[in-house]
Design a protein around this ligand. Structure first.
Ligand code: NAD
Length: 294
């Protein structure tokens, strides 16, 4: 089978490379960043000339792109997938979008006889790399079953969650919770540091105690090493939380905690940290206190 992969950055890159390593499919990649393409061709992928040529040549076309506007452009634009892929081919979008965007992309593909699955992922770069990333898939059940083998070639946990739109709902709920956990983890570390405990000891305690979370475990090493290179860019996390809050407004769900975390993210971005790792929310607390966690 011919697989196309458009957007091989922090997440798309390792997922694409796992398809190359774990299957016999021909994989062709395209990205605006030549270095991202080179990291895939180095292990056996072919380089496509454009999104258009990848779409026209492939049976299954993955996308892993930053913002909904990039997904809409690559999926539905004149040089994109719907306009150039063959009827009967399949578009699988691994990006994080709103349910509305996912449904719009699905409708655009359906009008051209192209199948579409929304398949947002969770687990970050480490789990995209080691093949344990979680994929939450919205779409037609038969199309899901037909594409399960290729999804399983880079994920141990592929969950069908309902029709197109529900993958995005699952992803936005998950990320809203993860960002709330990360902000709470920042607050706890700074509280401990300010109260005088050795923060490495505090980290050891909480990592094994009831306050633990994935977000807490990930935050400590980044904070102690002062390593805020993404990872998961704050700008992308801000996008996800914005989409989650929009979804909350659409369904009439009043949020209490997530809007506070949004304010923290806005402050971090105002301090110029948008391109840094999303854990930079910690540095908003640090700046307020005039001290670092270490
Ligand atoms: P990234 O910026 O590292 O990668 C995106 C890639 O898309 C870049 O290499 C960029 O050059 C490329 N690109 C942008 N526009 C393009 C276009 N028009 N044509 C071709 N290539 C284009 O971002 P990422 O962290 O890999 O995130 C990708 C998606 O996955 C986002 O939707 C993000 O929200 C989601 N996500 C990220 C993480 C994470 O931890 N980084 C985790 C889960 C989900």
């Amino acid at each position: 089978m011919k697989i196309g992969f458009i957007g091989v950055g922090n997440m798309g890159g390792p997922m694409c490379r796992n398809i190359v390593r774990n299957t016999n499919h021909d994989v062709t990649v395209f990205d605006l960043n030549p270095d991202a393409i080179a990291a895939c061709t180095a292990i056996g992928a072919a380089a496509g000339a454009s999104a258009k040529s990848v779409a026209a040549a492939c049976d299954v076309i993955f996308t892993s792109l930053p913002m909904p506007k990039h997904v809409e452009e690559v999926a539905l634009g004149p040089d994109g997938i719907a306009a150039n892929a063959r009827p009967g081919s399949v578009h699988i979008d691994l990006s994080t979008n709103s349910p509305t965007t996912a449904r719009r992309v699905h409708a655009g593909m359906a009008a051209k006889g192209i199948g579409m699955l929304e398949a947002p992922v969770s687990g970050g770069v480490p789990r995209a790399t080691d093949g344990t990333i979680v994929i939450m898939v919205g779409g037609d059940p038969a199309l899901f079953e037909a594409n399960l083998p290729v999804l399983k070639s880079f994920s141990k946990e592929v969950i069908h969650v309902g029709p197109v739109g529900m993958g995005s709902v699952a992803k936005l709920c998950n990320n809203m919770l993860a960002f709330c956990n990360a902000a709470a983890a920042s607050e706890a570390l700074l509280l401990g540091a300010t109260a005088g405990i050795d923060v490495h000891k505090l980290y050891d305690v909480i990592s094994n105690a009831s306050g633990n979370s994935d977000a807490f475990r990930a935050l400590g090493p980044k904070a102690f090493a002062r390593n805020f290179k993404p990872g998961f860019a704050l700008d992308l996390a801000h996008k996800d939380l914005r989409l989650a809050l929009e979804m909350a407004d659409e369904v009439g769900m009043p949020g209490m905690i997530a809007p506070q975390v949004m304010t923290l993210m806005r402050m971090a971005r105002a301090h110029g940290m948008g391109a840094d790792d999303s854990s930079s929310v910690l540095r908003v607390y640090e700046q307020a206190l005039g001290r670092e966690v270490k």
